[in-house]
Design a protein around this ligand. Structure first.
Ligand code: PLP
Length: 395
């Protein structure tokens, strides 16, 4: 007999994967140029050149046993120090190597933190629109996933709605900015209001409510927008970071948890993250990738291609009559479905080989997500289909 919950999780296909695979099948039938796949979020810009150079130089200049060997569970000391040093310099704070725990990307980082914070009855809050995987990450690791409805006017945070969902069992709020799927960056004002609320509520319920800052898109921002460093606004913040999107290397599986000293019970929290990772079978993050991350702490992607897609698509969609908050981060656009149901819109669009993800799993069934990490040519070819879709939806 197998675990029914795991069986359900393993056999329920993700809508994104399903659309992506449908797109591949359709491309074989009708030609790649006639399929407009905005479903998946694999980076479409190459890793900065210094990333590949770092891979080569590490392989060539480090002894083989060290490159391919185990490191300590939290990561090699040099790599942890390098990452901590960069965070300290960049954000005018103090992060030490001891605060960094390397993981195989943001997903296991999040699960380790969620597990570390989960006791009997724990509730963890997600703010719509939220990354669809938060629900299984939370629910399948022993906590209750409580959701806050979206602020559809700006995709910031509805502080009043959040307040009404905090209970004595609330252990954490997951904050994802720049956001997947809205592409919006939470402003300093939003984060300060959030910090004020959580400070007040933590005092009221008698234990800290942590922010789990999920930040794989931290470096992907446009128009010079500020991405505030949340631990400087709210001390009880734990960061889950990933190089998947910022350095275009999602298949390399490297990221980290950072538990700053200022977070309440930080030593126990860090140890519990290590324990949770251990329970999940973590041995160490890939040694080679740790070394590359350490060498590339200041590398940044060239965002010109994402920015061009963002501007061209946004202007076109708005001119056709779509409603959308202009994203200033990540590589997504979250658009109101003209007929009111994103599922219906996505199904009709699919018939025209236009693949967009309905927002149901992101907590917003009236919106659909467009991943703008696609080729510009495909994006341009898709515009008449978007136009046709809104016209036919209105008819
Ligand atoms: N969090 C968010 C908001 C994401 O969009 C993703 C991936 O798309 C992840 C976490 C997981 O990232 P990783 O590939 O580093 O596990």
């Amino acid at each position: 007999m197998v675990n029914p919950a795991m069986l359900a999780l393993g056999t329920t296909r993700s809508c994104i994967r399903e659309l992506f695979e449908y797109g591949l099948r359709q491309a074989a039938l009708v030609g790649r140029e006639n399929v407009f796949d905005f479903s998946i979020d694999n980076p479409s810009i190459p890793a900065p050149p210094e990333v590949n150079e770092a891979f080569v130089s590490v392989i060539q200049s480090t002894d083989s046993l060290s490159v391919h060997g185990y490191t300590q569970a939290p990561g090699s000391w040099d790599a942890r120090e390098a990452v901590a040093g960069e965070l300290t310099r960049r954000f005018g704070t103090t992060i030490r190597g001891e605060n960094i725990f390397f993981t195989c990307g943001a997903a296991p980082a999040l699960i380790s933190v969620i597990r570390a914070l989960t006791v009997e009855g724990t509730e963890i809050i997600g703010i719509a629109p939220y990354f669809a995987e938060y629900r299984p990450f939370v629910e399948r690791n022993g906590a209750k996933f409580v959701t806050v409805p979206a602020d559809t006017a700006a995709f910031q945070i509805r502080i009043d709605e959040l307040e009404s969902r905090i209970s004595p069992d609330t252990q954490a709020v997951i904050v994802n900015s720049p956001n997947n799927p809205s592409g919006v960056v939470y402003t300093r004002k939003t984060l300060e209001a959030l910090a004020a609320l959580l400070t007040e509520k933590s005092a009221e319920i008698g234990h800290p409510i942590y922010i789990i800052a999920d930040e794989p898109y931290r470096e992907l921002v446009y128009d010079g927008v500020e991405v505030p460093f949340i631990p400087s606004i709210y001390p009880n913040t734990i960061i889950c970071y990933s190089y998947s999107k910022s350095l275009s290397m999602p298949g390399e599986r490297i990221g980290y948890v950072c538990v700053p000293d200022q977070a309440e019970d930080s030593a126990d929290l860090f140890a519990a993250v290590a324990g949770a990772a251990r329970a999940l079978g973590h041995v160490c993050a890939p040694s080679l990738q740790q070394k590359v991350a350490a060498l590339c702490t200041t590398s940044r992607p060239d965002l010109e291609a994402y920015d061009r897609n963002r501007n061209v698509l946004y202007d076109a969609l708005v001119s056709y009559g779509y409603q959308c908050v202009k994203p200033n981060g990540a590589f997504y656009m979250f658009v109101k479905a003209p007929g009111g149901s994103a599922k219906d819109f996505s199904r009709k669009a699919k018939a025209l080989n236009l693949l967009v993800v309905p927002g149901d799993d992101f907590g917003c069934p009236e919106y659909f997500r467009i991943s703008t990490c696609v080729s510009h040519e495909m994006l341009l070819r898709s515009l008449p289909v978007f136009k046709r879709m809104i016209n036919s939806s209105e008819a």
